[in-house]
Ligand binder design. Structure first.
Ligand code: CDT
Length: 324
């Protein structure tokens, strides 16, 4: 059933507005159960409902600790961090509360498919808590084997396969919505592929270590700067809202940045988290505010020059010209 999300302004004009809640989550320890985490997610959802939210966005791998920091060789130990179905017994209460509150939601989890594939996944539900969209992380950072040179491990390339669904968009809440996950936010291609489908709001969850494992002088200030820089550029250059939500704080001794933020289609931050705990940010996003940029400076049909962009899809790594 099509669910309308239009409101009238005080001149009686219909406006497309999504009141979005960015639900930053504080740390999840290795020992924390899915059930305990889901209780925290429900508490955030209750706050979101009290503040009139239409949509709540949670982080990447929202149900567990950021397990790719741990080197594991036993596949059954790895698979304990994955969900074989969604919803499942642990997450059903979240889906039930979302349906009760009539709130759409987006959250990330580790997905193990019936035929044995492992993905870093994110889903979108409608206001009846029916799954209407799925995204599987495309840009997997880190490495596949234990790396003794690093201060800590980041084994996403070991535990996940690159996503196989591409960057789609969905018509939901009277808007055009897209998803990406963590490292995807650093790549302009992520936003542009969705921009070319008219995206009006991109939802992104992340787990970003506060220090670069390969460069100890790159600490939280630089990491937060890169977070803002990437998201603000993606929003501006595609004239879209971006809702970017952290799992933050210290997980079993490993700090993650906070810095959850909502960015408008001009690339400006409209709200930003202050803590590294469970924290809710709510902002009313006018989807029609995306129209100006999309029809002027970033009118793609008028200004793009695809005859010069071939290398973007034909070459993966940088190849400098030969030296003279
Ligand atoms: N989860 C995730 O994608 N984190 C990465 C860390 C990059 S360093 C290996 C990020 O882009 O924030």
């Amino acid at each position: 059933m099509l669910q309308r999300n239009t409101r009238s302004n005080n001149q009686g004009k219909l406006m497309r507005v999504i009141n979005v809640a960015a639900a930053q989550m504080g740390p999840i320890q290795k020992a924390d159960s899915r059930e305990a985490v889901v209780k925290r997610m429900i508490a955030l959802m209750d706050q979101a409902k009290a503040r009139g939210a239409d949509l709540i966005v949670y982080p990447e791998l929202a149900l567990t600790t950021f397990f790719p920091r741990w080197y594991m060789t036993d596949q059954s130990e790895v698979d304990r961090w994955f969900e074989r179905e969604m919803p499942n017994a642990a997450t059903m209460p979240l889906f039930e509360r979302a349906a009760l509150h009539q709130i759409a939601m987006n959250f990330g989890y580790a997905e193990l498919t019936p035929d044995g594939h492992h993905f870093n996944t994110s889903i979108l539900t409608d206001k009846s808590a029916r799954i209407v969209g799925k995204y599987r992380k495309v840009h997997l950072p880190g490495h596949a084997e234990f790396d003794a040179e690093r201060a800590f491990q980041h084994l996403e390339k070991r535990y996940f396969e690159p996503g196989d669904l591409g960057f789609n968009v969905w018509r939901e809440l009277d808007g055009i919505l897209g998803m990406a996950i963590c490292n995807d936010r650093r790549w302009p291609e992520t936003y542009r592929v969705m921009g070319l489908q008219g995206v009006e709001m991109v939802m992104i969850g992340y787990n970003t270590p506060s220090v670069n494992a390969e460069k100890s002088e790159e600490g939280p200030a630089k990491r937060l700067f890169h977070n803002r820089l990437s998201v603000q550029a993606g929003a501006y250059q595609n004239s879209t809202w971006v809702v970017c939500v952290a799992k933050a704080g210290v997980e079993d001794g490993h700090p993650l940045i906070g810095g959850t933020l909502i960015v408008n289609p001009d690339g400006e931050i409209v709200v930003e988290a202050k803590t590294e705990e469970d924290e809710l940010l709510v902002h009313s996003c006018d989807l029609d505010a995306t129209a100006f940029g999309k029809s002027t400076i970033f009118n793609f049909a008028q200004h793009r020059r695809i005859e010069h962009y071939g290398l973007i899809t034909s070459r993966t790594g940088a190849q400098p010209p030969p030296e003279n």
